[in-house]
Design a protein around this ligand. Structure first.
Ligand SMILES: Cc1cc2nc3c(=O)[nH]c(=O)nc-3n(C[C@H](O)[C@H](O)[C@H](O)COP(=O)(O)OP(=O)(O)OC[C@H]3O[C@@H](n4cnc5c(N)ncnc54)[C@H](O)[C@@H]3O)c2cc1C
Length: 472
């Protein structure tokens, strides 16, 4: 870590809460529900327990959400949902499977398939004061590698995502990018193990992105050729999205993350000279997350580029632990949820401190459904005097999850993005399986969302019953 940055991490700031307490007004009206920009609220009053955040949902949407979350509460279903889906897919065929999934789990977590469906979803978000972060759920794991042609097709899909994000523009559009859609997981694993022994020069990677030919140490001829192709694909995405759409690179498994970070840093070096257009993701469930983040901050300072960070807890806990146990390695994940929370809030503090010093160069998206972390962020922003409209700190939740958190934040004038995946039913199955599994580990948020949904359903049923009685 740069010694330049060290003192600011330890600076103790005086406590200064957000303005005066404005009443927390969640009007019961249906669409549109625009945020009120000057609606300040002391962070401790952000309780996210008002079911009127769900007034904007139709009865059908409430029913669907409740049904899906209820299904996700059965461990046996969730633990085996990958297998169950593939059995259902082979028994029912493509059309039958799609007919079951489309109105249920798919509709809950995915925006749609066609551009028109995506535009409708984006429009709806906009009218609720939410922004969209589109995600093409293409990714590969070891043993699933496809040829160069497939990666070029994936590139086209990503470029299309840039175009849709820009053309349906909400303010300051963002999109997510999975590197393993453009670079084979096998190569990422090999590069990751090479990186423990040798350093790759970011300037050289940038030149390779621009078309210069190099032979990178440790790679075979064919691996090197694929790497060069992959870097050029990433360059194309960087060039197309530059100054239009912020590209947030996803973090994946520990056995390939070092390679993903390497190429992301090279993209940052090229495209983040004057602003954070390329962002990296840091997973706080990892024991090494703090040193990884400090290292990235150090690189951004020493190599003079801006740093955008998506801060998450991490989505691959079970598989990481299983693999570590199988290979006899120490568990890379924090020992408990409590430790992950401590890690998340600690890294958040570091980032907010940096943002408060330089809002142009450091940006962060607090990507979590955890209310405590959201409150922590809001409170630290107030203490550090970070303006919620400055654009350097925003919040993120997944489509279909914890809308009570997203809508409440938006109503109080914070920038909130919903991560919105799109694609065909078949293409989104791995994503849906992960969402279902995640609902098991997203501990408090989903339980609370279920309770709030039930309260809203009861309120509407009561309202209808009263209306019916009056008529009689
Ligand atoms: C916009 C957005 C983008 C995302 N992008 C990525 C990404 O690129 N890569 C990625 O990996 N994930 C990503 N995620 C998912 C994220 O990592 C979490 O899985 C998800 O958000 C749940 O965590 P939470 O903070 O919302 O909720 P919480 O309910 O507070 O926490 C649940 C999380 O805590 C951790 N946890 C649970 N139990 C334990 C335990 N016993 N020990 C240690 N830790 C535990 C796990 O990470 C679990 O997912 C993204 C999420 C969002 C909202």
């Amino acid at each position: 870590m740069s010694t330049l940055l060290r003192p600011m991490f330890h600076r103790i700031s005086s406590v200064r809460l957000l303005g005066t307490a404005a009443p927390r007004t969640v009007n019961g009206s249906r669409l549109p529900m625009a945020p009120s920009k000057d609606d300040s609220i002391p962070p401790e009053k952000l309780t996210f327990d008002d079911p009127s955040a769900f007034h904007v949902k139709t009865f059908r949407e409430l029913l669907r959400a409740l049904g899906v979350f209820q299904l996700c509460s059965f461990p046996v279903l969730v633990n085996n949902c990958g297998k169950l889906m593939s059995v259902a897919r082979s028994l029912l065929g493509k059309t039958g499977f799609s007919m079951i999934l489309r109105p249920s789990i798919y509709a809950q977590f995915v925006a749609g398939e066609s551009e028109a469906e995506i535009a409708v979803a984006m429009e709806k978000m906009n009218s609720l004061g939410l922004r969209t972060m589109l995600a093409v759920p293409i990714e590969e794991d070891l043993g699933e590698s496809t040829g160069e042609r497939r990666y070029d097709d994936n590139l086209e899909a990503m470029l299309e995502c840039v175009r849709i994000s820009h053309s349906n523009a909400c303010a300051d559009p963002m999109m997510q990018l999975k590197i393993t859609a453009l670079l084979s997981p096998e190569l990422c694993v090999k590069l990751s193990s090479l990186l423990s022994k040798e350093q790759y020069d970011l300037a050289q990677l940038v030149r390779a992105m621009e078309g210069e030919s190099f032979h990178f140490p440790g790679l075979t001829q064919s691996e090197n050729t694929h790497f060069l192709h992959g870097l050029r694909r990433l360059n194309k995405i960087g060039e197309t999205s530059f100054l239009k759409v912020r590209v947030l690179v996803d973090a994946e498994y520990t056995y390939m993350n070092p390679a993903l970070s390497l190429v992301t840093m090279a993209m940052m070096k090229k495209f983040n000279q004057k602003g954070a257009w390329i962002w990296n993701t840091y997973q706080c469930y990892l024991k090494e997350s703090r040193s990884l983040l400090l290292d990235a901050i150090g690189q951004s300072v020493s190599q003079s580029f801006c740093l955008g960070v998506k801060l998450v807890r991490g989505a691959y806990m079970d598989k990481e632990r299983m693999l570590a146990a199988k290979e006899g390695r120490p568990d890379p994940i924090q020992p408990s949820w409590k430790d992950t929370n401590k890690s998340y809030n600690g890294l958040l503090d570091i980032l907010l401190e940096l943002v408060s010093q330089n809002t142009e160069c450091f940006r962060v998206i607090v990507a979590t459904h955890n209310e405590e972390s959201v409150r922590h962020a809001v409170s630290r922003m107030a203490e550090l005097g970070i303006d919620k409209n400055c654009g350097s700190v925003c919040f993120g939740q997944l489509l279909g999850m914890c809308d009570h958190v997203s809508l409440t934040l938006a109503q109080h004038g914070f920038s909130v993005y919903k991560s919105v995946p799109y694609g065909s039913v078949d293409d989104t199955v791995p994503y849906l399986v992960r969402r279902a599994q995640e609902n098991r580990t997203v501990l408090q948020g989903i339980r609370k969302e279920r309770d709030l949904l039930r309260q809203e359903m009861k309120r509407r049923l009561k309202e209808r019953l009263m209306g019916y009685r009056k008529k009689c």
